[in-house]
Design a protein around this ligand. Sequence first.
Ligand code: UDX
Length: 429
Amino acid sequence: MSVARQPIGVIGTGYVGLVTAAGFAELGSEVWCIDIDVAKVERLRRGEVPIYEPGLEELLKRNSSRMHFSTDIADALEHARLLFVAVGTPPTYSGDADLSAVRAVVEAIPASDRHALVMKSTVPCGTGASLTRVFAEQGKDGLGYVSCPEFLKEGSAVKDFLNPDRVVVGDSGGWAGDAVVELYSPLDAPLVRTDIASAEMVKLASNAFLATKISFINEIANVCEETGADVVEVARGMGLDDRIGAKFLQAGIGFGGSCFPKDVDALKQLAGNSGYHFQLLTAVIDVNDLQKRRVIGKLQRHLGSLAGKRVALLGLAFKPNTDDMREASSLVLSARLLADGARIAAYDPVAEEQARLLVSGIDFASSPLDAVEGADAVVLVTEWQELLDLDWQKVAAAMKGDLVIDGRNALDPEAVRAAGLVYEGIGRR
Ligand code: UDX
């Protein structure tokens, strides 16, 4: 794009920060990216991309002349008026979001009526109000504040940035909200312009709703197993209803990742802190925890005791096209299998390095066929395309046993059965 657009600062270079930065650079802005991690900033300056996110490397490369990386927030303050905050807000032991990184950013910003914080990080509803109170206490009343939640899915974050379903901008008047709307204007997406608290809640409620949809279909799958219905057929029939929609009705071994588990818990705690018991979300979390363990029951039903049995886990990341292992179902599954004395060989095309940091006591295989060698059972944990394309005749020849558990209902049962293997999905006939 040729039109010069307003420069911005982005604080935090995780997947949200980097994708947001590269996306706005693509739209024509000069972008100053700030991170406290010196080594990471050095890597980014050298053109290295520290995370696996399809399309991000190309986007960063194409816009490298407009992207600047620094550990000093003053660089962003000097060149840009809008500072997008994309730092981590991980859960604490109480389930509340840990806002210490957000508070550190607020501390680091001096009094100014030229600048505004644009909150991308997922924060509890009410954070904007309390931060603007902090600004006032610290004599920084001139700072603007805008809530602009992100809806980027890992694995398709670049695409999601450039083609958003909606852009949500929450503010309480002033120049900054208009400036954020202007920044997003080339994307031509539906705009929800609202107050700060409502914008914060849109994000939490959206993720909680999607997680609820997944736990709902997982419970339907479990009931299907008792009644002889097939959840894939059921989801197809439900999804064609416009009011329901087909997305996020894929039954499986539970949701993971950096957002759903954390945001559902944070919304539940947020409600609880103000005296409201959010019963539905308690169930969503419980169903998800149990769903991750149901595969164990299936394995035991076919194999008896799992002690000494060889189980191959195909895929480890919390979903395909990412190396993210946060809250991945594979973590619960592998820990339960090890506790029962099973031996595990695992394969993931991208997440092995991350997985090695979190899991010990399992063998990492360099190919799917290596992983299934001598296995009594195979479990598809993450539906990577490479795993969906497996030659099941070769898998059958390499395995010792014949059980294939499709934890994502993503395989073709006929292809698996045609190889002489026993196929079992989640809630499938
Ligand atoms: C999510 C939200 O979708 C995104 O808008 C938000 O900003 C960040 O959190 P992400 O965590 O990247 O994105 O993954 P998503 O694609 O939403 O999947 C989350 C989990 O749900 C994965 O573990 C996935 O396997 C699981 N899932 C998803 C299902 O089990 N069934 C489905 O039908 C859909």
